[in-house]
Design a protein around this ligand. Structure first.
Ligand SMILES: *[C@@H]1O[C@H](CO)[C@@H](O)[C@H](O)[C@H]1NC(C)=O
Ligand SMILES: *[C@@H]1O[C@H](CO)[C@@H](O)[C@H](O)[C@H]1NC(C)=O
Length: 404
């Protein structure tokens, strides 16, 4: 509402400025617009001041901030920026609790590893970010959120007892799904083509509309493409290290909340669920990819070691690679290790390529035959997106910081 008011008022101010210019030419009417903007920004500043001077109940202001060495381990081991004015008072209240929390830990390994990883952790905690954004805060700002025990993966992310029952593919359901896609009349519209059998690899030659492709690329630009990383070794928190390597030289952007809630993008997820029978909750955020000439992703597998027995989302069972534009030359997807010789799939706008990462007979185990690579682009740019589907619900453990 505030924004609407501001826009309407700005509009009125501009009209007033034009009228002033016409009827009182000696006055600079557009000065009014500047005054208006200054007025509005000062209102916002007052609001900030008001909020930061709210009384904080139960806070003892007597202790001096300088007495608190925020870089010592009792305060989370990284010097904190506490804001200004009353923000410091709130942050200091958090710090007192942090000290009690840290002193109360009886596990030395945990004490050493429980560190605020950002200089604003305590400040964010004082604003309520621990409950607003737990997946990041409970791990990366664990001292500030008083959640040190949660940095142990097994405490934060227990595996539900009935997990196996919720598997979307029971043994031998995966090949049955591929068979259904190839045979059934209702999927003809997506032009399925069987590229290889054992394991099944297929393309839908007309899967996405131009509008859907363009929307994804646009979201990639809105978010900003960043250099892609590889999955590295597992850290204390159970999260995988992100490694930049010459093995993978593309850039990518994630289709997170705003992108995912867009109605056009929603249609893409609906199509994926329609053909695979895998519900939206089992899918990772779409990863939007950008490859310039010479960029590639050398031979790799989408199955991440440890996902089957340690993560509540289970392994990635299927990949749909969505091609979002026509590439002038290069940029094909090849599977070099298939029985009877490798294959290369050529990108084409709207086409989707689908393959399994796990075995039909045991969908918790990796299918080594589907090693693949993104060949270097020779000419032009390549846009594509990865849709990774898991054996179990991904969204719920993801929100709890249990899929990293
Ligand atoms: C977006 O999603 C990806 C993958 O799930 C995650 O790594 C990243 O941190 C998320 N970014 C934001 C801003 O939530
Ligand atoms: C899907 O995930 C969301 C977010 O964790 C959760 O609230 C919802 O209950 C899940 N839906 C189903 C059908 O499991």
């Amino acid at each position: 509402m505030k924004i609407v008011n501001a826009v309407v008022s700005l509009f009125v101010a501009i009209i007033a400025a034009i009228l002033t210019k016409v009827y009182m030419p000696e006055k600079n009417g557009f000065g009014l617009v500047i005054d208006f903007i200054q007025l509005y920004s000062s209102v916002a500043e007052e609001e900030i001041l008001r909020r930061s001077t709210e009384e904080v109940p139960g806070v003892d202001n007597s202790e001096n901030v300088e007495d608190m060495d925020t870089s010592s381990w009792e305060y989370g081991g990284l010097a904190q920026e506490l804001g200004a004015g009353q923000e410091v008072v709130k942050s200091r209240a958090v710090l007192k609790q942090v000290k009690e929390h840290m002193l109360g830990l009886d596990d030395d390994e945990l004490k050493q590893n429980c560190v605020n990883q950002h200089k604003s952790c305590v400040f964010w905690a004082s604003l309520g970010e621990c409950s607003a954004n737990p997946s990041y805060m409970h791990v990366s700002c664990a001292p500030a959120c008083l959640t040190c025990p949660k940095i142990r993966f097994e405490h934060r992310c227990p595996i539900p007892d009935n997990l196996a029952e919720t598997a979307i593919f029971k043994p031998h359901n995966l090949n049955a799904m591929f068979g259904r896609v190839m045979e059934s009349e209702e999927f003809r519209k997506y032009k399925p083509v069987l590229v290889k059998e054992g394991p099944y690899i297929l393309t839908f030659d007309e899967f996405l509309t131009d509008e859907e492709c363009d929307a994804l690329v646009e979201f990639g630009f809105d978010k900003g493409f960043e250099r892609s990383s590889d999955v590295g070794k597992t850290q204390f928190s159970g999260e995988s290290e992100k490694v930049i390597s010459s093995h993978r030289t593309s850039s990518n952007a994630w289709c997170n909340k705003t992108c995912e809630e867009d109605p056009v993008i929603n249609r893409i997820h609906e199509k994926i669920a329609e053909v695979t029978g895998v519900p939206f909750n089992n899918s990772e955020h779409l990863q939007i990819l950008q490859y310039f000439p010479g960029q590639e992703y050398k031979k790799h597998h989408d199955f991440i070691q440890g996902d089957s027995d340690k993560k509540a989302c289970g392994p990635r069972v299927l990949t749909l690679l969505l091609y979002l534009n026509d590439v002038e030359e290069g940029g094909g997807t090849s599977f070099p290790d298939l029985l009877g010789g490798g294959i290369v799939v050529t990108p084409k706008k709207g086409k989707a390529l689908m393959w399994p990462s796990v075995l039909d007979g045991d969908p918790t185990r990796r299918d080594a035959r589907t090693m693949h690579q993104a060949n270097p682009v020779v000419k032009g740019v390549k846009y594509a997106a990865n849709s990774w589907l898991h054996l179990y619900d991904f969204k719920t453990p993801n929100a709890a910081g249990c899929t990293g």
